[in-house]
Design a protein around this ligand. Structure first.
Ligand code: SF4
Ligand code: SF4
Length: 112
């Protein structure tokens, strides 16, 4: 089977961080490392920067009403890049879903 990510080159478009109704769950370990990176108390990070997941099972990073992650800059950079959640870190090499190719132009290029 062909590896769709073998030729993948990120276009730095930020589309994967702007998925309407997309969520980025954060584990306790991820919360701890992001809070430490920000120099923020974990409880404050949880209160100010996360919200309950739609299924009410855990926490997700907050996003803007248009779906953009709260940590995405206007020039498509991640403000917590060194400590971003594993889901973000592994996309699209290890973590993808059935919608990924329609979201990510880097993946679409490898499939053309
Ligand atoms: S944490 Fe960073 S990489 Fe992950 S969705 Fe938000 S802006 Fe994108
Ligand atoms: S959608 Fe794909 S090409 Fe665009 S920033 Fe995300 S990983 Fe890179």
């Amino acid at each position: 089977m062909q590896d769709d990510t073998a030729q993948f080159v990120c276009q730095r478009c930020g589309a994967c961080c702007r998925i309407k109704n997309g969520i980025v769950r954060v584990s306790g370990a991820e919360i701890a490392r992001i809070a430490a990176f920000l120099g923020k108390d974990e409880a404050a990070f949880i209160a100010e920067d996360t919200e309950l997941a739609p299924d009410r099972r855990g926490l997700v990073l907050k996003s803007h009403p248009d779906g953009a992650c709260a940590w995405l800059t206007d020039d498509n950079l991640c403000r917590i890049n060194p400590v971003k959640p594993d889901k973000c870190r592994t996309f699209p090499h290890e973590w993808t879903n059935s919608d990924s190719a329609s979201v990510c132009p880097g993946l679409r290029r490898t499939r053309s």
